[in-house]
Ligand binder design. Sequence first.
Ligand code: PXP
Length: 246
Amino acid sequence: MRLYVNIDHVATIREARRTDEPDPVRAAVLVELAGADGITVHLREDRRHIQDRDVRLLAETCRTVLNLEVAAEEEVVSVATEISPFQVTLVPERREEVTTEGGLDLASPQVRERVARAVERLRDAGIRVSLFIDPSSEVVEASVELGVEAVEFHTGEYANAQTPEERERELERLRAASVLAVESGLAAHAGHGLTYENVAPVAAIPQLEELNIGHAIISRSVLVGMDRAVREMRQAMDRGRREPHR
Ligand code: PXP
């Protein structure tokens, strides 16, 4: 199972002072040296954390792979096609949100149309495309029709579950959606709200091949350093894979 580390919040600290440190490009080097399989950044339309300069430099300097998250909007999709990262993950985006709040609403004809246009442009540029979606069969089927290579399941509902029953229900949705995705020929990824404490049951889902984790790792890195923060997440994932969670 691959671990892609989302380093947006290194840039959040930098932007708190609109200065040049800490530099996410330097952070990416440490993340890679600690054994992560990829670097993820979200170029938001309001550029609240990651800047165009970061994405350009990361595309040049990453020794693993760069997974660029963008909304299905002309301007940021253009940046993606220019930079040509290994993978683009299309995400929904609302200006007023603190973080991404859910998967792409592919039941909406307008959203689906916008996503279809973005997918076409990215695929024409030879970029692998993943869609950030909720773990439901309808949205997996819609993603298959859009002709993408992968889907990333939103684990936010699982992470926010208040009771063991709710948590188990969300895990079951993730398991069923992962099986359907793989049976339909899509690669299955997951992420959002995953922590050292809650990652194991998600890592145990055998169909999932990639996790995108940001806030928990960057937060821990402030206290223990990036190397240890990444390695400890890797260990938590590996423990999850080894232990049965059913
Ligand atoms: N996956 C996607 C599509 C996201 O938008 C984010 C947050 O930017 C993450 C994963 C990582 O979420 P977290 O920071 O909660 O680990």
